[in-house]
Design a protein around this ligand. Structure first.
Ligand code: PRX
Length: 631
């Protein structure tokens, strides 16, 4: 997908460079890596701390780095409380549009009140500092308020993306020992109501730890509510206990802020932990510098708050910077393929941040849809989640940005908390390249032994230095954290990203894709192992192998090779049934494109499935080293 031969640079306009917050990348980059701790201390000075740090970085127990140890703060203090003493108080924090067209807006003052009320409701349900609260909601303002309310009282939120099945939700609730879940009766997607509360009801049956469910009324769905377990939010918020005042709990810098589950190459999804201090500094600094945030900007990140992109760049980094956030509940193509462009026009959006899949899917409808709207308010564009192919990049640049708006192709991960490789508005751009490391970060492409590869050669992308946004670890599983990220290059102490990449002669990074068994589909992350274990739970299946193959819109799609049990006949009917089985158990985002029935799977002599051989065969590529192949 990447095109290393496209040498043309796209330069930002003089107006952009003259007004940019960061005016010289090279100089600041040099300073930031030579004086990493000073650089991050200077950024941390932009925030409020109840108590200053004893050290910027405690690196005495790698890979368990601690940023700003000894410091006290709460991310919500910086995202909300602090703004109440400045004119930001009266600024719009959130402009929200529902799919049916309803609009709600909130100033920083009113978000603060909503969050306090929500926090008091949680307290009245016995939620305390350190408790894990699960949030499973449509994209409505209360989703953000619930997250902030947890953080305000020192509880830990675990947001589960609304596209996951009840079983995936139950797995996450159980793993986190969560007692309380927050949901809505339903949400709107593609003109239909997704009944979320009923999914939660099914999940609760599988979750022994679950005691309380708080439901927001959104879609007027008839839902089953159980006495003593289920509460309507609007009933609770009417009680005297839900006052508009709630003190923000003072937290240690490395106290947990949230868990976010993500897929890895083995086992079930794991919860990554992010903390209050370092994450506040990293998300707000990256957001301000990369999106060149001006006080009057209207910023729209079209991700779901249920993913890390939403956590860092809809909620936390964004509100710390006092930005005006635009948020939309539904599908980009509802009722017509120009819904997004209409919203850009209507709200005068200045910065738009989305995924290559979304861009490709809207590009399919042609240029006339964007062109019938006024998109002249846009100044900057962003992309995240997967490599953006030059064709989609150019369409985004020409048709959406009218050739004026630099595209910030931001490479990062749930684990990194914020942008790691990214252009700045002043960076000359190459379509398809995420350009260069963000400040403070030393990033390389190396071979299996850890030697840097030559210019233009593919290798493993590694991060050589700690950064404040980095995850504090895998929840309750230090060994898994070490094994997954820090064991391959343990001698050097580098973080292994799981991605492969190239660096060109100008020092630009080109991300190629995952090197492990993680599948990126429409920018979402799924593990081959998860898909295969769901397949094996079907009576017809002996074993299977899930691989990713290129797809023109989704980037990748899932193909599953399956071996049938005796007595089952391969055929379209069974394929349909198995596809349905995967969707039921994992959720619609895991829908396989195709299930191919085979007699056996290629395996190593020790019995490991060689997915790379299946992939090479499917693509008609050389199959590589087959010396370990069993048969
Ligand atoms: O493979 C990379 C891809 O997404 C992975 C991280 O996925 P997740 O934790 O779900 O976070 C996605 C949102 C931050 C990475 O390992 N990825 C992310 N951004 C890019 C990307 N690949 C290429 N270019 C990007 N800009």
């Amino acid at each position: 997908m990447n095109n290393l031969n496209d040498r043309r640079f796209y330069y930002p306009s003089q107006q952009i460079t003259e007004n940019a917050i960061v005016k010289d990348y090279d100089e600041l980059y040099r300073y930031s890596v030579e004086h990493r701790e000073e650089f991050w201390a200077e950024q941390a000075e932009n925030l409020f701390w109840h108590k200053r740090w004893d050290a910027v970085l405690d690196k005495s127990n790698p890979p368990f780095y601690r940023w700003f140890p000894g410091a006290r703060t709460n991310i919500v203090y910086n995202a909300l409380d602090r703004h109440q003493q400045t004119p930001v108080r009266n600024k719009l924090a959130l402009i929200w549009e529902g799919e049916p067209g309803d609009v709600r807006t909130f100033s920083y003052h009113s978000v603060n009140r909503e969050v306090s009320q929500f926090a008091n409701v949680l307290k009245s349900m016995g939620v305390k500092k350190g408790d894990v609260v699960t949030i499973y909601m449509p994209q409505i303002p209360e989703q953000i308020f619930a997250m902030l309310a947890c953080a305000r009282i020192g509880a830990v939120h675990s947001v589960v993306f609304g596209g996951f099945s009840h079983e995936s939700l139950a797995d996450r609730i159980n793993d986190a020992n969560s007692r309380v879940v927050i949901t809505a009766d339903g949400g709107y997607k593609r003109g239909k109501v997704v009944e979320m509360k009923s999914i939660v009801n099914k999940a609760m049956e599988l979750s022994p730890t679950m005691e309380i469910c708080i439901t927001i009324r959104r879609a007027n769905v008839d839902v089953y509510m159980e006495n003593g377990r289920d509460y309507w939010y609007h009933d609770l918020v009417g009680l005297p206990i839900a006052s508009y005042k709630c003190e923000t709990e003072v937290m240690e810098s490395d106290d947990m802020l949230f868990l976010l589950y993500t897929s890895g190459s083995t086992g079930k999804p794991k919860a990554l932990v992010h903390t209050h201090g370092g994450y506040s500094v990293y998300t707000s600094t990256t957001h301000r510098m990369v999106f060149d945030l001006k006080p009057e900007d209207r910023y729209w990140c079209a991700a779901d708050p249920g993913w890390i992109t939403g956590h860092s760049y809809i909620v936390y980094g964004t509100l710390i910077n006092g930005a005006t956030v635009v948020m939309y509940e539904g599908a980009p193509t509802y009722p017509y393929p120009d819904r997004w462009w209409k919203m850009v026009d209507k709200y005068g959006v200045n910065i738009l941040y989305t995924s290559p899949t979304a861009i490709r899917s809207l590009m399919r409808f042609g240029d006339s849809w964007p062109k019938r709207n006024d998109l002249s308010s846009l100044r900057l564009l962003g992309s995240v989640g997967e490599p953006i192919n030059p064709e989609a990049w150019k369409w985004y640049h020409e048709i959406i940005g009218n050739g004026r708006c630099p595209i910030m192709d931001t490479w990062w991960q749930t684990e990194t908390g914020g942008f790691m490789i990214t252009p700045l508005p002043i960076t000359p751009l190459k379509p398809g390249s995420a350009s260069k490391p963000f400040f403070g970060n030393e990033i390389s492409v190396v071979n299996e032994e850890g030697r840097e590869v030559n210019v233009g050669e593919e290798g493993n992308l590694v991060i050589k230095s700690p950064w404040p946004g980095m995850t504090a670890g895998v929840y309750k599983d230090n060994q898994r954290f070490i094994d997954t990220y820090w064991s391959k290059y343990s001698k050097q102490g580098w973080y292994q990203t799981g991605d492969s990449a190239k660096i060109d002669e100008d020092g630009y990074f080109w991300i190629i894709g995952r090197t492990d068994d993680v599948i990126k589909i429409s920018g979402y992350r799924l593990g081959s192992y998860e898909l295969e274990s769901i397949m094996s739970s079907h009576a017809a299946i002996v074993e299977s192998a899930a691989i990713a193959l290129p797809h023109p819109v989704k980037g990748n799609c899932i193909h599953i090779y399956a071996v049938l049990r005796k007595g089952y006949e391969p055929g379209k009917e069974l394929e349909k049934e198995l596809i349905g089985h995967v969707i039921t158990h994992l959720g619609p985002i895991a829908k396989p494109e195709e299930i191919i029935f085979v007699d056996q799977l290629p395996k190593t002599r020790s019995g490991k499935i060689m997915r790379r051989v299946l992939k090479a065969r499917a693509l008609g590529l050389p199959e590589g080293d087959l010396s370990t192949l069993e048969d």
